[in-house]
Ligand binder design. Structure first.
Ligand code: NAD
Length: 435
């Protein structure tokens, strides 16, 4: 079954690039973490820059016969712990700077989950909504050939990101298979099941969010059945997180998407809402109604008195301007960078727990790792086996981070970064750099 560009998430209405504050935040976090770890200045310098940045300019023949030249990137931040891993996005705001920061974040995300991968990111600066399906396929094949010299199953394994999906990954694998051997299957993850994809991939990020949220509740002797939840965003991440928390017995009282927010103090029937949306062409919440539901704004959702707030839509949602109005007991970051550094300080002072993105939303890359392992071994697991492994790895990472945070009296974000950076730094140290 092919997926058309119209079925891709409509992310073009929002900027793909992290705001410049997110870029500065990422650099500051590395600096602060390195200082706290008393990292060797040479190793810090190694980690501050990507190992390799490839810029490619490649032609695509458009449907009307004209030729357009597109610019794409593949940035490999650190391969100290294993092959590079990271998504590929198609968006007008893609730039070398954005791709570099996202590659660095992937290094920390893989390290905090203790996956044997380094971080990478790729992208093509383009507006895919104006492409036909045939143009999208030609662009994907040319981009794949352009970055082929530096990717492969034991070098760098791309995956989907904004505006790329399992169809795009399938074209990438097919392009690589024409020139490489059958191992091309393990060169890309996020593929269709029929092409070596893994069971459980589509729900992995949301499931991972629910695992860390439930571990957090357990660590604080809180009962999921007595826990209220608000989730911002009802796309891939928000919907699967809301569903997993609902299935775990939590009371999901508020959800939102770009069209509206829904609130029901007794809890929303997330399974019924998800099923309703499956039958709609646009999949938006605005058309859903049921007894006891009221409409709320995005701001109201973020400032609601709930136990768990899961911002799973956009970056930069909780800032210095609204952080002091947040009344949640804890925030579990579903999106990348939904809480700014300024907000982090305000929330910490107010005693609000924040489970950082590099830990909370890593379920997707955990199952990408499982997909890669299955492709390499040529033996596939069922959904329950994949979910068990996801559960086990996310819970272990949460325990590692929470332990360090308690022991050193620091936030979960500081602990996650210190854990990640120290793991990568140790690998760099063992490798040495004299040869
Ligand atoms: P998506 O496009 O599928 O969903 C985004 C959702 O946010 C949609 O429901 C949209 O309607 C909603 N939204 C947009 N603007 C909004 C607003 N102003 N108020 C409320 N809702 C709004 O995207 P996604 O894949 O779910 O990704 C969401 C975030 O999670 C991004 O930051 C992404 O980088 C991050 N992330 C995604 C994955 C993944 O596996 N997809 C993994 C890790 C991190």
């Amino acid at each position: 079954m092919s997926t058309t560009i119209d079925e891709m998430p409509n992310t073009l209405t929002r900027p793909a690039a992290p705001p410049s504050s997110a870029i500065a935040d990422a650099r500051n976090l590395l600096r602060e973490t390195a200082a706290a770890l008393e990292l060797d200045p040479g190793i810090q310098e190694i980690l501050a820059s990507p190992e390799r940045s490839l810029t490619v300019n490649f032609p695509v023949v458009m449907d009307d016969g004209s030729i357009e030249v597109f610019t794409g990137y593949r940035v490999q931040h650190s391969g100290a712990r294993g092959p590079f891993k990271g998504g590929i996005r198609y968006h007008p705001a893609v730039s070398l700077e954005e791709t570099t920061v996202l590659a660095m974040l992937m290094t920390w995300k893989c390290a905090v989950l203790d996956l044997p991968f380094g971080g990478a990111k790729g992208g093509v600066k383009c507006d895919p909504r104006r492409f036909s399906q045939a143009e999208l396929e030609r662009l994907t094949r040319r981009y794949t050939m352009a970055i082929r010299p530096i990717i492969g199953p034991h070098r760098d394994i791309p995956a989907p990101d904004i505006n790329t999906n399992q169809q795009v990954m399938a074209w990438m694998v097919d392009t690589l298979s024409q020139v490489d051997d059958a191992s091309a299957m393990a060169s890309v993850t996020g593929k269709p099941i029929a092409l070596g994809g893994s069971q459980g991939r589509s729900r992995a990020t949301g499931k991972g969010i629910s695992v860390v949220a439930l571990e957090l509740l357990r660590a604080h002797d809180r009962d999921p059945a007595q826990t209220t939840v608000a989730v911002q965003g009802f796309g891939n991440v928000g919907r699967s997180a809301a569903l997993a928390l609902f299935e775990a017995g939590c009371k999901v009282v508020a959800i939102s998407d770009i069209s509206t927010g829904l609130y029901r103090p007794e809890g929303l029937d997330i399974a019924a809402i998800a099923e309703h949306l499956d039958h709609l062409p646009n999949g938006l919440l605005e058309s859903y109604d049921a007894p006891g539901i009221s409409r709320i704004s995005n701001e109201e959702l973020l400032e609601m008195a709930v136990d768990l707030l899961v911002p799973a839509a956009l970056e930069g949602q909780i800032t210095g301007a609204n952080a002091h109005r947040v009344r949640a007991w804890a925030i579990v970051e579903g999106a990348n960078g939904p809480v700014t550094a300024e907000a982090d300080e305000i929330l910490d002072a107010a005693g609000v727990i924040v489970v950082p993105d590099i830990l909370a939303n890593a379920g997707g890359v955990v199952v990408s790792h499982l997909e890669w392992v299955q492709d390499l071994q040529g033996l596939f697991w069922d959904e329950a086996q994949v979910e068990d492994r996801l559960q086990e790895r996310m819970a272990r990472a949460f325990a590692d981070v929470a332990h360090r945070a308690t022991e050193q009296g620091i936030t979960l974000r500081q602990a996650a970064y210190r854990l990640a950076v120290s793991r990568v730094a140790e690998a760099v140290h063992w490798r040495g750099c004299t040869g």
